[in-house]
Design a protein around this ligand. Structure first.
Ligand code: HEC
Length: 186
């Protein structure tokens, strides 16, 4: 019995090796990429590239074990999934309120140690951020939020009559989740 189960599992493990994941990513557009647009200090750029860009951008690097199933599926899922939430390669497409909201979440997720994902940290030594490195990321995104909010204020004061869009922008600064936040966090 146990021998049969082991044989069955072995066969499944062999068969799934024939499934390959799609490693093609869209080309990176420098007019939309976070680092090209915001030009963070070198230290921040390096941290983002080594700890976040593999999942949250189109610049994923696929190490050798991404040829081994079922690990490959898990990684593929994480990359697709994480790009939906936050994609630094599409930063330029985010509205100001969305960018502000994402920056806020970067601070939160970095502060509580949720990001980068633990399974990634296991395999990537450079992504095991020290407290100082996490602080560097948090400080940078805190400053960035101030800049984004200043742009929002500018855009709002420039407009003539307030419209629904302005109302959304005005709400995005607070931290209480509203209907708008709920949509954006998906
Ligand atoms: C191994 C892949 C991986 C790496 C590396 C990674 N993330 Fe994530 N991230 C995810 C996934 C998957 C999600 C989706 C939500 C979840 O599972 O919590 C996510 C969600 C997020 C969110 C939430 C966005 C939202 O709108 O809810 C933020 C912010 C975030 N990550 C920031 C970072 C930062 C900053 C780094 C680098 C320090 C990083 N992540 C590294 C996989 C990754």
């Amino acid at each position: 019995m146990i021998k049969n189960i082991a044989l069955g599992l072995g066969a499944v493990l062999i068969i799934i090796q024939f499934f390959r994941i799609d490693k093609n990513q869209p080309p990176v557009d420098p007019t939309l990429d976070f680092i090209s647009l915001e030009k963070p200090p070198m230290e921040v750029e390096n941290l983002l590239r080594s700890a976040c860009y593999d999942c949250h951008s189109f610049e994923s690097e696929y190490p050798w074990y991404t040829n081994i199933q079922p690990v490959a599926w898990m990684i593929d899922y994480h990359i697709d999934h994480s790009q939906e939430y936050l994609n630094f390669s599409e930063w330029g497409n985010y509205s100001l309120s969305r960018a502000d909201h994402k920056a806020e979440e970067v601070i939160e997720y970095t502060e509580n140690g949720e990001m980068p994902l633990w399974s990634y940290r296991l395999m990537h030594k450079e992504a095991q951020l020290t407290d100082d490195q996490r602080q560097v990321i948090m400080d940078y995104f805190t400053d960035l939020r101030v800049q984004i909010q200043a742009k929002q204020a500018d855009a709002n004061s420039g407009g003539s009559t307030p419209d629904a869009n302005d109302a959304n922008d005005a709400n995005s600064g607070d931290s209480t989740p509203d209907a708008n936040d709920a949509i954006e966090s998906n």
